[in-house]
Ligand binder design. Structure first.
Ligand SMILES: [Zn+2]
Ligand SMILES: [Zn+2]
Length: 249
């Protein structure tokens, strides 16, 4: 199965305040996910201009044109690999409306915050940060007819698999690059969330800060929460979490 990369997320910012994590006044700021520039690791902030996505793979993101240019030599192999996988998935679809790869991409982008949170909970990273090194979250989805593209997939199952489940060497290498970068900056590495729908798969790496910096409570009911938000198609999970509106399961 060809694996395609999703837009990677970082659940917690690497901003200057990250080093003062013990002070609770900063906790709410870290409650939402941030994207970081793939070249310089600068976090995207609401005040700055939105990051640019690589137009080839629609996966890596940059804070500036310079960063995109500087990253290209290192990024080129995985970029072309992802483009190839996207094209073959698109041409295998019987009609544009049944393009599962496209729906999966829209789904992942609409549910980014939810998937990031679910990966963090499923791997029990708050209690067992070392799980990040050998476990991954596999979410299996199936198609359903719906007017909104991000609701054309429903969750069939979600379970923990070995990280070796991702067996594409180029994707593995890129996850390892994110692991190393994240650890250099004091994080625990890249959590791997794998999405599968009708023979199409997508890998979403989530770079995770040190558990001491993480404000999220550990939740054992993540599967129910995940199922519920996907089913009703709510895409404001980041706000729900930040407002403390996620009731106890
Ligand atoms: Zn940058
Ligand atoms: Zn690219």
């Amino acid at each position: 199965m060809a694996a395609v990369y999703a837009q990677p997320m970082v659940p917690y910012a690497h901003g200057p305040s990250a080093h003062h994590a013990s002070s609770s006044s900063h906790a709410s700021r870290r409650d939402r996910g941030y994207r970081v520039c793939d070249q310089c690791s600068r976090p995207e902030t609401p005040s700055a201009a939105r990051f640019r996505l690589c137009g080839g793979c629609m996966t890596t993101q940059y804070c500036s044109q310079d960063c995109q240019k500087n990253h290209w030599p290192a990024h080129k192999p995985i970029c072309q690999h992802t483009q190839g996988a996207l094209k073959s998935q698109a041409s295998a679809a019987p009609s544009p409306s049944e393009n599962v790869a496209k729906n999966l991409r829209k789904f992942t982008s609409a549910h980014e915050a939810l998937l990031t949170w679910a990966g963090f909970q499923a791997l029990q990273l708050k209690r067992m940060p070392s799980n990040i090194r050998h476990k991954a979250l596999l979410i299996q989805l199936s198609s359903r007819p719906h007017a909104e593209s991000h609701r054309r997939l429903r969750m069939s199952s979600a379970r923990i698999v070995s990280r070796d489940y991702v067996n594409d060497p180029l994707v593995q290498a890129d996850i390892q690059r994110r692991d190393e970068r994240c650890r250099r900056e004091g994080g625990i590495g890249a959590a791997v969330v794998i999405l599968e729908a009708d023979g199409v798969s997508q890998v979403m790496p989530v770079e995770v800060d040190s558990p001491a910096d993480i404000a999220w409570d550990a939740r054992d009911d993540w599967q129910g929460v995940l199922y519920h938000f996907i089913d009703i198609g709510r895409t404001d999970f980041a706000q729900v979490l930040a407002a403390g509106m996620l009731g106890r399961g």
